[in-house]
Structure formats: structure tokens, C-alpha cells
Design a protein around this ligand. Structure first.
Ligand SMILES: [Zn+2]
Length: 282
């Protein structure tokens, strides 16, 4: 049984393909996918998906890219969305210095977004972490180029007792013990199988099996061509098909020198620790 610990099925780019995705999921034996809302506007879409498909585990959060465009009511809306969806967790939340320091001013992915400075991102992130802690809900965390700030926030904010997920972890190996001590799990993304991501694979070899999850971040972060098991027809062939989750399991199992089944069992145990009965229910 396969689980996708982090994706974005609510992305409008996937809307025309949902039935195809559901059929592909049934074929590969996917049990649940954690679907992460990223802004106030897409939270109702995540809820609608959770009502439509049993495999959707809904999660709601304000992504650091969207922090700068939040409305004054964002936090109340987040709270009431969580109230209305008892299986829900918190995410995608986090910190991103890439948008401030490295992204091009005209990057089309960031069009129309006000890029919130780091202190503002920290304030938004901290509020959501504290909310996850208050309700002991799993938190799914994005971090790019801001691992020092991330550690500092995690060390000084209440955290969910059940732990939290650092999705598509791209931080250094040396910080793993500090994050693990605080309750971190780490999700491996199939895009890390690309030739130029050797550093990420080295980091993931050092992550203990009982802290390791598998994700796609679909429709983003496509695995390299040789590892893609699923693709959409043109013009959407560049999107990461969510059923590519199957392709990420075997390589990370072999990187750890364990049979595929051992990895699947340990990933399932971690999913259950983070998402509880919601991972099995329905
Ligand atoms: Zn994501």
C-alpha cells in the first residue's frame, strides 16, 4: 500500500485530470494522499476533493509564497476550516528565502504575489505551528534556503506532540539530529532522483528509516524521465502526474539497502504516527 505524504491535487492544472488520477491511484494501490492547501482561496477546493475522494487527507495552511497576500481574516478562516474538517492537518506552511534572494523578479510562478520578508513569514509560520500544537495536528513544512531560521522557530514555538513533516527536505545532513530531536519526519521526493541532486540523496541516506516518508509534491517536482511511470497527454506532459509516487518508493528503499516492503511498512507506520486513524479511516 502506497501513501503520498505531500501533494497539491487541488492545483487548477490537475482539475481536468482528476478522474484519470483516481483510476491510476487505484491501479498502483495508493491508499491516501495528503493534499495541502496553500492559500485561503484553495482551502475550499481541498475540502471539496476530500468529500469527493476517499484517498484525500485534507491539510490547510498558508504557504510562505502566499503569506504576503493574506487577508486580515486569514487566521480565523484557517481555524474555522480546521473546525469543519476533523480529519484535517496543518500545511503547507513554512519559510522561504529563495523567493527573496534567488528567484527572478519576473518568475511566472510568483506572478501577482507580494513576497513577504522573512520576519513576516516567521510571524505567519509561527501562528500556524502554534495552532497545530494546540490541536496536536501534524504540520507539513516547506523550507527553502532558511534552515537556520527554521530551526530557531521550531525551538521557540510550541510543536505538535505527534511530530511534523519537513517536506522535500533540502537542508544539510548536519542539522538532521536537531530536527529529529524536535519531532521531525522527512519526505523524499522523486525529483531528487535527478543526476544533479546527488547531495539530496546523500542526505536522505542518513535519515533513519522510521523518520522517512515518500511524496510527490505533484503537480510540481517531476521525477527524471527514466523514473516517470505516469504522464499526462500534451499540453500537460510537463506536470508531475501524482501516480508517479510509485516510482519513488523502490529507489529510496535500495538507497537504504532494505526491501521495498520494509520501506513501505515503515513509511506507513510514520504516516499513522503523524495522521493517526485518519490515515486508515473511511
Ligand atoms: Zn508542496
Amino acid at each position: 500500500m502506497l501513501y503520498d505524504a505531500h501533494n497539491h491535487l487541488q492545483d487548477p492544472a490537475l482539475a481536468p485530470h482528476l478522474d484519470e488520477i483516481a483510476a491510476a491511484y487505484a491501479e498502483i494501490g495508493l491508499k491516501r494522499a495528503v493534499v495541502n492547501g496553500t492559500c485561503e482561496a484553495d482551502w475550499p477546493d481541498v475540502t471539496a476533493l476530500a468529500r469527493r475522494y476517499d484517498f484525500v487527507l485534507p491539510s490547510y495552511g498558508l504557504h510562505p509564497w502566499d503569506a504576503g497576500n493574506r487577508s486580515p481574516a486569514w487566521f480565523d478562516t484557517l481555524r474555522s476550516t480546521l473546525d469543519a474538517n476533523p480529519d484535517a492537518s496543518v500545511g503547507e506552511i513554512g519559510l522561504d528565502r529563495w523567493i527573496l534572494d534567488r528567484a527572478r523578479p519576473d518568475d511566472p510562478q510568483l506572478a501577482g504575489l507580494r513576497r513577504a520578508p522573512l520576519p513576516e513569514q516567521i510571524e505567519v509560520f509561527r501562528a500556524q505551528l502554534a495552532l497545530a500544537a494546540e490541536r496536536n495536528l501534524a504540520a507539513s513544512i516547506h523550507c527553502l534556503d532558511a534552515f537556520g531560521a527554521l530551526l530557531e522557530v521550531l525551538e521557540t514555538t510550541p510543536l505538535p506532540k505527534r511530530g511534523f513533516l519537513l517536506h522535500a527536505y533540502s537542508g544539510p545532513t548536519e542539522m538532521l539530529p536537531q530536527f529529529i530531536k524536535l519531532g521531525a519526519y522527512f519526505s523524499f521526493n522523486g525529483s531528487f532522483l535527478s543526476a544533479h541532486h546527488a547531495r539530496h540523496r546523500d542526505v536522505f541516506r542518513q535519515i533513519p528509516l522510521d523518520r522517512l516518508l515518500i511524496e510527490t509534491d505533484a503537480p510540481a517536482m517531476s521525477p527524471p524521465a527514466g523514473y516517470r511511470t505516469h504522464a499526462f497527454a500534451p499540453p500537460d506532459e510537463k506536470l508531475n502526474h501524482p501516480a508517479n509516487i510509485a516510482a519513488a518508493y523502490a529507489p529510496i528503499a535500495s538507497m537504504h539497502g532494505v526491501p521495498d516492503g520494509t520501506l513501505a511498512d515503515s513509511a506507513l507506520a510514520s504516516i499513522r504516527r503523524l495522521w493517526d486513524g485518519a490515515a486508515d479511516r473511511r
